[in-house]
Design a protein around this ligand. Structure first.
Ligand code: BES
Ligand code: MN
Ligand code: ZN
Length: 466
């Protein structure tokens, strides 16, 4: 979709001109008035749309009036959602050119305007033999050009991530993730199984042992002259989570190709980072493998030794993400960075707590956590803090090793958090559990079902603010 920034969208020869109406207000759009909105049928409620014909009298064929809800509730996040609705509507109508002439919308909203259009203009149809040609080719908006171009890059990173997380596990293997990382043109090192063994990554390697796919540990680095700060971002990269020997029930396994959504987010972020040339150093880290129940699979009762020497008794082979992250966290802490942020589809418990509406966040530094929560809300995502009290470790105590990888059922998201903390040393750290937000089984807000590119907008926003 090409986005054209124009002075006057009403003069464009388009299939549809989108105008807006706030709930309970009369429209200031002469166009909408001229072709008469039926106020009994259309009140301007949030996300409502109303279509008016123009009888060939205007450059555009139809006017789509977009309800924006109550003016006092309006904000950039609402605008993004509403724009996404209108774009979806235009796609249904098979419109190719859509112009937007919105009244009373601040130019500061241009970034979320663009994000709404580009997030809605997404499909994953590469495996359909008959593709529907309902993509919009051009839109015309009156907006701040710089903000539009910035949002285009962020949206491209999200699309990259969504495509990768939607890709079936048969193709999106650990080796494939490694190849994708190598193609990004950054300073990248891929460690194979033997090299990981030499580094002492006994927890990560155990998880990958039951699979025919080779594990890959991926480290990408973006840097600049005199970086103001150095951060490491880590993504859980379980290319398929069958549960291992503690195998999942069929229905829980259905979406488990998405268990590398954290990794896909890291690759999406790293795919665009050079184009922004931020003044900080960013390390993108992924411990990629599959969790499968093959003959060499790790077993309940096994005792693993992580990179920092800590021993872990396996209580449940389905609590695998934290094992791979344990070694990745140790590795990241040894880089001597200022901050480490991990994102992971880590626990069903987080999804039970927050649903698909928010990611859970916890960490050892309140300022970092609060900063990320604020950055998320400004960039259209929701993070919600969960506690990281040491008491959650009680159920992870082991009689034979330093800890177990799982314990009580209750408070599972926080228990996973305190487990991860045992592998974090001398660094500010935040952990984001995206089990609920990374992949949707039903459409939600601006998203169709499938991968959402969770964390990409927020982390890029965070990196650009440093
Ligand atoms: N990948 C899952 C978590 C998950 C569940 C992500 C649902 C997205 C949707 C993770 O590896 C897992 O299996 N966690 C277990 C942990 C338990 C065995 C302690 C869980 O949450 O049930
Ligand atoms: Mn699992
Ligand atoms: Zn998992």
């Amino acid at each position: 979709m090409k986005i054209n920034v124009v002075e006057n969208a009403k003069s464009i020869e388009a299939d549809i001109l989108v105008v807006n109406l706030f709930e309970g207000e009369r429209t200031t759009s002469d166009i909408a008035n001229q072709y008469a909105i039926d106020e009994d049928n259309f009140k301007g409620k949030f996300g409502e749309t109303y279509l008016l014909p123009t009888y060939g009298k205007e450059p555009y064929r139809k006017v789509l009036v977009l309800g924006l809800g109550k003016k006092e509730d309006f904000c950039p996040n609402k605008l993004r959602e509403a724009i996404a609705k209108s774009v979806k509507k235009a796609m249904q109508m098979e419109a190719k050119k859509v112009a937007f002439a919105l009244d009373g919308i601040n130019f500061d909203y241009s970034e979320q305007f663009t994000m709404g259009a580009l997030i809605a203009d997404y499909k994953f149809d590469k495996y359909k033999s008959e593709k529907k040609d309902n993509k919009i080719s051009e839109i015309y908006i009156q907006a701040n050009e710089n903000n539009v171009r910035k949002a285009e890059k962020i949206a491209a990173a999200m699309t990259f991530t969504r495509n990768l997380a939607n890709e079936p596990a048969q193709f999106a293997t650990p080796s494939e993730l490694a190849n994708i990382a190598l193609d990004l043109g950054l300073d990248t090192k891929i460690y194979d199984k033997d090299e990981c063994e030499k580094m002492g990554m006994g927890a990560f390697l155990a998880v990958g042992r039951g699979s025919a796919e080779e594990p890959k540990f991926i480290h990408m680095k973006y840097t600049c002259d005199n970086p103001k700060k150095r951060i490491a971002i880590i993504g859980k990269g379980i290319c398929f989570d069958s549960g291992g020997l503690d195998i999942k029930p069929a229905s829980s396994m259905l979406t488990m190709k998405d268990d590398m959504s954290g990794a896909a987010a890291i690759l999406g972020i790293m795919s665009i980072i050079k184009e922004f040339s931020p003044q900080i150093e960013v390390h993108g880290i992924i411990a990629a493998c599959e969790n499968m129940p093959g003959g060499k699979a790790y077993k309940p009762g096994d005792i693993l030794t992580a990179k920092n020497g800590k021993t872990i008794e396996i209580d449940n082979t389905d609590a695998e993400g934290r094992l791979t992250l344990a070694d990745a966290l140790c590795y990241a802490c040894e880089l001597g960075v200022d901050e480490v942020i991990d994102m992971a589809t880590l626990t069903g418990a987080c999804m039970v707590a927050l649903g698909t509406q928010a990611a859970g966040i916890m960490g050892n530094d309140d300022t970092l956590v609060k900063n990320l929560i604020d950055t998320a809300s400004r960039n259209g995502e929701r993070f919600w803090q969960l506690p990281l009290w040491e008491e959650y470790f009680d159920s992870l105590k082991s009689d034979v090793a330093d800890m177990k990888n799982s314990g009580a059922r209750w408070g599972g998201a926080s228990a996973a958090g305190v487990f991860l903390q045992k592998f974090v040393k001398d660094v500010k750290w935040a952990h984001i559990d995206i089990a609920g937000t990374a992949y949707l089984e039903k459409p939600q807000k601006e998203f169709i079902s499938g991968a959402t590119g969770a964390c990409v907008r927020t982390l890029l926003g965070y990196i650009l603010e440093q």
